[in-house]
Design a protein around this ligand. Sequence first.
Ligand SMILES: Nc1ncnc2c1ncn2[C@@H]1O[C@H](COP(=O)(O)OP(=O)(O)OP(=O)(O)O)[C@@H](O)[C@H]1O
Length: 319
Amino acid sequence: MPRTAIDAMTRDTHSDSRDVSGGATAGHAAPLTANRGQRPLVDARDDAGREADPDNASRPGADAFLSMNDVRFTYAGSLHPVVEHIDMALPAGAIHCLLGRSGCGKSTLLKLAAGLLRPDVGTITVGGEPVREPDQATGFVFQSPTLLAWLDVLDNVLLPVSLHRKPGAQDIAEAKTLLGQLGLADLLHRFPHQLSGGQQSRVAIARALLPKPRLLLMDEPFAALDALTREALQDALLAVCASQGVSVLFVTHDIAEAVYLGDRVMVVEQGSLRCDIPVTVGRPRTSGVRHRADFNAVCMQLREVMEAGERAAGIGMIG
Ligand SMILES: Nc1ncnc2c1ncn2[C@@H]1O[C@H](COP(=O)(O)OP(=O)(O)OP(=O)(O)O)[C@@H](O)[C@H]1O
């Protein structure tokens, strides 16, 4: 029996992952701005625009909630690591986006953060504790909503509870509150096949948030949706995450989505973090932000970084 909702939904997706029952050792987190890979980080300013301290690599990420410290991971049977020299520090309550082209290692980083994969070397901590295996402190939302077809909306959201025990009145009330915040109050007893893709994504977000995770990992959850539905869901996500104070690591291919959601955007390139850019666009963010010069300047900055990386690697430009 799976012990967490992540377990329940990934049993068929990480069969190659190595045993995660052992423990990474606790260690200090180095801020992302101290990437130790060969590729230099192109922007190393913090949110206040201060220049990065070149000694960051040896300084603990004091306010980091999720920390990765010199992480490397190689899939079983592969000769080369798929990610390496990964240092990052996600502060509590922040939203950090991982942006990069297909196959660069974004999902692998999320699975490492979730404890679904175990690094070859390096340390990963959540809330100061080494990540050993999936647990309720971390929620995961996949690109596909992975709802259970035979459960209605309410019971899908209650799944993380019902894996352990019969949901009580408080669980049900909390599930209904989340569904209300996500605009699904009238659809509690619909089944997944009776929902649109966007509605299914909302259910998946509510399900991930029900156990009150302190960290939410999201793997391109809106990629399959049309532009307007995607934007509505971005707003719903920002509102519900702000109300819960959850830290979010969000994977996307979409530059505008990363800038709209993120406090910082990290560009992943061939398994390394190429840069960490602060999003100097204030909150709250509403749709009008997308037309502002400061928003578009950050988008342009990221696009230039990604295009420069592609030119350096001699691969096709982003369309
Ligand atoms: N189970 C696996 N076994 C071996 N190699 C894998 C496995 N899963 C992923 N890979 C490889 O690892 C690399 C990174 O995959 P990953 O899924 O992390 O990339 P990604 O950036 O999330 O891609 P996408 O944006 O297309 O989802 C790819 O080259 C992929 O082929």
